[in-house]
Structure formats: structure tokens, C-alpha cells
Design a protein around this ligand. Sequence first.
Ligand SMILES: Cc1cc2nc3c(=O)[nH]c(=O)nc-3n(C[C@H](O)[C@H](O)[C@H](O)COP(=O)(O)OP(=O)(O)OC[C@H]3O[C@@H](n4cnc5c(N)ncnc54)[C@H](O)[C@@H]3O)c2cc1C
Ligand SMILES: NC(=O)c1ccc[n+]([C@@H]2O[C@H](COP(=O)([O-])OP(=O)(O)OC[C@H]3O[C@@H](n4cnc5c(N)ncnc54)[C@H](O)[C@@H]3O)[C@@H](O)[C@H]2O)c1
Length: 450
Amino acid sequence: MSNFDFDLFVIGGGSGGVRAARIAAGHGAKVALAEEYRMGGTCVIRGCVPKKLMVYASGYPEAVREAQAYGWDATIGAFDWEVFHRKLEAELDRLEGLYRKGQEGAGVTLHDCRATVAGPHEVRLADGRIVSAKHILVAVGGKPFVPEFEGCEHVLTSNDMFKFKTLPKTMLIVGGGYIACEFACILNGLGVEVSLLNRSALLRGFDAESRDVIVGQMERAGVRIRTGHVIDRVTCKGTAFSVHIAGQTEETYDAVLYATGRVPLTEGLGLEEAGVKLGQRGEVLVDEWSQTNVPSIFAVGDVTDRIQLTPVAIREGHAFADTVFGANPRKMDHDLVASAVFTQPEFGTCGVTEEEAAGTGADIYTSSFRPMKSLFAGNDEKVFLKLVVDQKTQVVTGCHIVGPDAGEMIQMVAIAMKMGATKAQFDATCAVHPTMAEELVTMRSPTRSV
Ligand SMILES: Cc1cc2nc3c(=O)[nH]c(=O)nc-3n(C[C@H](O)[C@H](O)[C@H](O)COP(=O)(O)OP(=O)(O)OC[C@H]3O[C@@H](n4cnc5c(N)ncnc54)[C@H](O)[C@@H]3O)c2cc1C
Ligand SMILES: NC(=O)c1ccc[n+]([C@@H]2O[C@H](COP(=O)([O-])OP(=O)(O)OC[C@H]3O[C@@H](n4cnc5c(N)ncnc54)[C@H](O)[C@@H]3O)[C@@H](O)[C@H]2O)c1
């Protein structure tokens, strides 16, 4: 008989936490989980899911324009945010309910409150109660980071994007990563006048040529983009905000969104007091088993600041539960994790960029064309595909796709890449015609070598 109240206490009911709790309970462990906000975490409540629904909503004006070009007598009226928002809230309630049911069905004891670490085997609940557990899993995720500057309290973060009572007419978005670019496209599609400002190039770290295609199309779609700027002051002027761009003039917007990264939510969590080592950004330092330097305490997901993606958090949580409670030691493999940026156009990416391959001896295959569907409609939308192939082994080490449904395409390509497929094996795969993806198996000669 264990001397602990639980075999496992999970702090955080997001992607990593709920998966770990459910799997551990399935392996027979006695599990408790605390969630201080809403079950499902960032992905379900204020990340991937509501964001993707907004991406869908924002695509209809362009779809109607295209429908007209195809001969439909179609018109688009005004977008009613209130209607969409009501439906969105109902959907999030439904999903939250499903997550809760999933946990309860698995036998997990839920605590709807904040929890902190009180020792290597102790968790303190918000009401002061101490619960003991043989293992503690920290899965508290992260929060938006906003730099300090005059008036920074006036700016919004991604958390606020799903809470508008009415949509702003004009908006400044600061940042150039996933969130800034996705919301710039979403809000632009919904009819908001969007200005995007970043201190450096947009989508830095992604394949540069692919990124340039995206940025060009975002600009053509109406997003005003400026790089090389920072803001030093935001002042509230009634219902508007006056923004001072360093070395430049003031501009006025209805709302200002900062999407300048996310930081691990470890402040005040009691980890350091329990002896757990944190990194410079406050991330929980873990080994390949997601174990901290305190053997009974593990951490998965965004709080470890490895790769901030939902499927990664889920897999880390699952591997932890199998390892510790399922007698099946498994590590999360962080190599060749594909991802999509849900901009318009969409971006799917896996493996090394051309810039990363430079100097290693790689052949770069590219294809750029106007897809049949939008060409017919008279749009100047472009699809861009790139394969990076290692010259020595001929293995495809990178794939970057810009275009409709690029996220769906890269998921499939990632399977082949994970299997170590060579360019010859891609080419031996017969094309599916007429598709955009067929270009992936028909690129004959390298565009260049690096
Ligand atoms: C706007 C946005 C869009 C995104 N889109 C995508 C996407 O399209 N695809 C993708 O793969 N990823 C996306 N992400 C990233 C993805 O949401 C995260 O990587 C993922 O949710 C991380 O899961 P997690 O379990 O580590 O943390 P979270 O999902 O953040 O869960 C942590 C949970 O812990 C709770 N918590 C925190 N502290 C405590 C405490 N002390 N006590 C109790 N509970 C606590 C929080 O309330 C939260 O519910 C997006 C993120 C954002 C912000
Ligand atoms: N589609 C997806 O999978 C998806 C979508 C959204 C978020 N996410 C995850 O969430 C994470 C966070 O997203 P994000 O867009 O906030 O971060 P990010 O790291 O992708 O981008 C941060 C941006 O902010 C800028 N920046 C950072 N500090 C700044 C400062 N002090 N002043 C001015 N600019 C500054 C950077 O130059 C960069 O352009 C991502 O890394 C990603 O893993 C994934």
C-alpha cells in the first residue's frame, strides 16, 4: 500500500496534462489533476481550436469572390462577430465538457483550482490543503510575453482575441511569429484594417524563400507590414490607442495586439523551493524522459520550452505515463516535428530550411505555380514547394509548402521523411493528378545546390 494520497498529481489540464493523467489512470495509477482555468488548456480554450475556427471564418469573403468568378451569383454581406462569437463559446463549452468527461471517465480526481508544488511529493491546493503524490507532473504551459514599455498595460495578447465584444476597425499587431502572422491574416480576412509591425523579419527561422512568398501574399491581401521597428509608448485616448513607433511618429488604432512570444508559467509555482532547477526563461529543465533533477517531479509541454506545439505536449505526456506507470519506457522523439502556420496562404514545414542546409551539401528543389482553382478565378495566389535533399545520402531532409491546405500536405510528407525517404523514393511515387501536391513527386532537377 502506498503512503501517498495519489500515485500521480498532474498540475495543469492542458494538452500534455490531460493526456498524461488519462494514460496513467489507464495503467492503473491513482491520479489527480488540478486546473485553475478551463479544462483543455491553451489549445482548446485560447489557442489552436478557436484560432482555427477564426481562420475558417475569415476565409469566406475570398471564397465568395472565387465563387463569383466560377459563375455563382454570390454575394457576401457583413460579418456578424456576435453570431460567430456566441457559436464559438458554445463550441468551447462543449469541448471543455468532453475533456472533463474524459478525465472523469478514466477515474481521474479533478480539482478546479490552482495548485502549486509544496515539496518533492506534496502539492498545495488553492484552499491550502496539502495532497501527497508519489509523482508530480508539471504541465502548466506558458503565458504570452509582453515586453516592458510605457503603456504596455494597454495592449492585448492572444488570450484576448477570442473575447472581443465587437471587432475593432483598425488594429496594430506587434510580433512576427506564428501568432502575429496568423492573427494578421484572420483579422484582415474578417474586415479589420491590420498593420503588422516587427523588430526583425517576419517568420524568422522558417525557410526564407517560403516566408517571402507568404509575406508578399499577405501584403497583397491588404495587411500593412513593416519590419525593423519597435514601439516605445502606447497611450490610451478614449476608446483608441495612440502608438509611438521609436524614431517615428504617432499612429492611432482601435486595438494593439502583442504577439511577442510565450514564457513558461513557473512563477510562484514553488518549484525552486522544492529544489527543481529552472532555466533562464523560467522553463523547467528536464531530461529526455521529461524528468527534472528532483526524481519524483516531471514536466511536459510548453513549460519545458522545448517545442511549443500541442501534439508535442501530448506525446511528451503520453511517453511519461507509459514510462512511469505502464512499464513501457518511451521517450518523445523531437526530431522532424512537422508544423503548420495557419496564415493565408497556409504554410506547412518539416525538417531543415535551405539556410540550415547551406554548406552541408544539399540540393534544393523548388516549384512555384498558380494553382488551377485560383488561376481560373483570376487570383494571383501562388503555391510554393521546396524539398531539401542531402547530396550524400539523397534523403529528403526538409520540406516547405506554401499554399492552400499546406498543413494537411506536410502531415503526409512528414511520414515519408520520418521513414528516411530519399528523393528517388519520392520520385518513384506516382503523382495524383490534378493536385498541388503532385509537384512533390515530379520535381526533376535541382533549382540550385547549397
Ligand atoms: C493563439 C495560439 C494558437 C496556437 N495554435 C497552435 C496550433 O495551431 N497548433 C499547435 O500545435 N499548437 C498551437 N499553439 C500552441 C499550443 O496551444 C501549446 O503548445 C499547447 O497548448 C501546450 O500544451 P501544455 O499542456 O504544455 O500547456 P497548456 O495547454 O497551456 O495547459 C496548461 C494548463 O495549466 C493550467 N495551469 C497553469 N498553472 C496552473 C496551476 N498552478 N494550477 C492549476 N492549473 C494551472 C492552465 O490554466 C492551462 O489550462 C497555439 C498557442 C496559442 C497561444
Ligand atoms: N500554428 C501553430 O502551430 C502555432 C500557432 C500559434 C502559436 N504556436 C506556438 O506558440 C508559440 C508562441 O507564438 P508567438 O508567435 O507568440 O511566438 P514566436 O516565438 O513564434 O514569435 C515571437 C515574435 O515576437 C518578436 N519579439 C520577441 N520579443 C520581442 C520584443 N521584446 N519586442 C518586440 N518583438 C519581440 C520576435 O521577433 C518574433 O517575431 C510559438 O513558438 C509556437 O510554437 C503555434
